[in-house]
Write a protein of this length. Structure first.
Length: 168
């Protein structure tokens, strides 16, 4: 195959399947980014927006609507350097009614750990996803409600960028 044909092939492939920016992971039609920094949940949401805008996208903390997405993200966490990441689920508007930030979706699927969410102290309204190596047994490989002002790494989500792979 000549070079021009290879480029054509890559371009068609990228348009047909969509691509994620370098450093992001593709699942179905979305791209996910695991931060190296710790932020509060509100600051993590802002960061996801800022990062996404650099790709011309609207970004938000990851929504995890099903077990497939959950398993995909748990595997990314377990392969990463950190164990605890903000995802978008929060009950800031109405206690006990978790929704995905930046969307109108209710959190119907959830992988809460044992006795979670417990709204400890009446103040835990944000959600951290912990990998299997999270160092508190019973809190690993599951979700926990957390103080929104706690520091955690975070997972951002954008939709795929069709065609961007040509320059990659
Ligand atoms: C983020 O917090 C986790 C858990 O407290 C810690 O292990 C990690 O070193 C922190 N990362 C940064 C970049 O501060
Ligand atoms: C949670 O951590 C414990 C202790 O390290 C470990 O034995 C267990 O397998 C972990 N759970 C999962 C689901 O990985």
């Amino acid at each position: 195959m000549g070079l021009n044909n290879i480029f054509l092939f890559v371009a068609i492939f990228a348009v047909a399947y969509g691509v994620c920016p370098s450093g992001w992971s593709s699942y179905k039609t979305n791209c996910f980014f695991l931060s190296r920094e710790n932020e509060t949940m509100p600051d993590a949401q802002v960061m996801c927006g800022i990062i996404a805008r650099s790709y011309g996208k609207t970004g938000r903390l990851a929504a995890v609507p099903d077990v497939g997405t959950d398993t995909f993200l748990f595997n990314l966490i377990d392969a990463s350097q950190y164990d605890s990441y903000w995802i978008g689920a929060n009950d800031l508007v109405e206690e006990g009614k978790f929704v995905w930030s930046g969307t109108t979706m209710k959190a119907t699927y959830a992988k809460w750990g044992q006795d979670q969410p417990d709204n400890r102290g009446g103040t835990e309204h944000c959600t951290a996803m912990r990998g299997k190596d999270f160092p508190f047994i019973g809190f690993n490989a599951s979700w926990t409600d957390n103080l929104c002002t706690d520091l955690n790494n975070y997972i951002c989500e954008i939709t795929e960028i069709a065609g961007a792979g040509i320059v990659g």
